[in-house]
Design a binder for this molecule. Structure first.
Ligand code: FE2
Length: 430
């Protein structure tokens, strides 16, 4: 089991050294770094960003980035990785749902090859919006990925991943999430056929939401986030580096693997979070709160309270409300909702929404419980009830999503989705 350390809080200054004595003390870039290392800064915010939002990490490494992340890049075509609203296609204002797509077995697909963009919004150059991707992969990366367009929030659904980053190694499996900061080199190894959802966030980095009247505890607690400890490869072999930059992929050879950081300190770190540590808050009287109560991480936009993206989960929880329709109500939200199901059942669609599937309910597109869920919840005995074995999530954005051509024509779109509401009849009695 790889060693990890706790963040303690977002933005905390952390440090780690794989070889004792490698980390300079009292200064960031001494004239000569111990053990013959190079000092290199990776910044995740403008130098003058407010202190609470400022992110950067100093790395002490055997080779600097210019030697180990490639130069003289060549364009690398990728048929299914799309960036920004402009890469989407005309998308009707329909509720949409996709069946779980199988992991192909007829060809080798690593994390990069296997990435399929489903919905896009915003603009990576303008640092707004996100893309939601589905990764269907069956082999480990033999190359390195650096995403200069956005951070990557990975939500594994099937299969476990070992993610090697410049700052160390993270293991992640279904039920956990991992975040790779923008611009940090990483490589994904798999233990078998793998399906994962990914939010590529071009906007402000994900952070914990404010808690307001909830107080100082609850939702995702800062202490439960874990980041790696420093680890470096002993044998720095030449490697292929793929860079996502300006909505395109580029490829170059580098003299040495970038996983050569012997020590580091800072607050720009990859991290892992286990959703089972999420403290769920809900109604203990009647009705239920808005789903914002399930926000794990938020990427704010320039308008307060109006997120570029909220990462929201629907984990196991007790339902105890009296005289209430307990599943999500019928709604038309101005925010746009992309959903996936990691495992179990989703209470608004007990049968129709399967693990590995996806749905899109765009801005102001009406949706809600299917007819079966509506009937059941309208007539249920309202004893305390535990929703168990369930983990759905949402990437919710203020920016309307556009589907990709792959999403609309790739074969997984469910053309009969709207039929789940067909049996809802007019019960009105004058
Ligand atoms: Fe919704």
């Amino acid at each position: 089991m790889t060693e990890l350390q706790y963040l303690g809080g977002f933005g905390n200054q952390l440090s780690s050294e794989a070889l004792p004595g490698s980390l300079p003390m009292g200064r960031n870039s001494p004239q000569r770094v111990a053990n013959g290392l190079y000092a290199e800064l990776l910044s995740g915010s403008a130098f003058t960003a407010p202190r609470a939002e400022n992110r950067r990490t100093w790395m002490y490494r055997r080779q600097p980035g210019v030697k180990c992340t490639g130069t003289a890049h060549q364009a690398l075509p990728h048929p299914t990785w799309k960036t920004g609203a402009a890469a989407g296609v005309a998308t009707p204002p329909d509720p949409m749902r996709w069946h779980a797509m199988p992991v192909p077995t007829d060809r080798a697909l690593d994390f990069i090859d296997g990435l399929h963009t489903i919905v896009v919004n915003g603009d990576a150059d303008a640092q707004t919006g996100i893309a939601a991707h589905l990764v269907l992969a069956n082999c480990s990366m033999q190359r390195v990925l650096i995403n200069a367009d956005g951070e990557m929030l990975i939500v594994p659904q099937q299969g476990a991943m070992t993610i090697t980053t410049e700052l160390g190694v993270l293991h992640v499996a279904a039920g956990q999430i991992v975040l790779i900061p923008r611009g940090m080199a990483f490589r994904v190894a798999l233990d078998g056929p793998t399906r994962a959802y990914v939010c590529e966030n071009y906007g402000a980095p994900f952070r914990l939401p404010e808690l307001g009247p909830i107080g100082s505890n609850g939702l995702a607690n800062a202490r439960d986030f874990q980041c790696p400890v420093a680890a470096f490869e002993a044998d720095l072999q030449p490697t292929t580096v793929v860079r996502k930059f300006g909505g395109q992929l580029w490829q170059a050879r580098a003299d040495a693997s970038p996983f050569n950081v012997v020590a580091w300190h800072g607050n720009l770190v990859p991290f892992r979070y286990d959703t089972k540590h999420f403290m769920v808050i809900g109604s203990i009287s009647f009705d239920h709160p808005d789903p914002s109560i399930f926000t794990v991480l938020t990427s704010p936009s320039d308008t307060p309270g109006t997120a570029n993206c909220d990462f929201v989960i629907f984990p196991p929880r007790w339902l105890v409300m009296e005289d209430s329709f307990r599943p999500p109500w019928f709604h038309r939200n101005v925010m746009s909702e992309f959903m996936g199901l990691v495992h179990g059942q989703y209470d608004a669609k007990p049968e129709g929404f399967k693990p590995g599937g996806m749905s899109l309910h765009n801005s102001l597109v009406p949706h809600g419980p299917d007819a079966e869920a509506f009937d059941k919840a309208s007539n249920a005995q309202l004893a305390p009830h535990k929703l168990d074995d369930t983990l759905a999530f949402m990437f919710e954005s203020r920016w309307r999503f556009r589907c990709t051509d792959f999403a609309l024509n790739g074969g997984a779109l469910d053309p009969r989705y709207a039929e789940c509401w067909a049996p809802l009849s007019d019960h009105f009695k004058a």
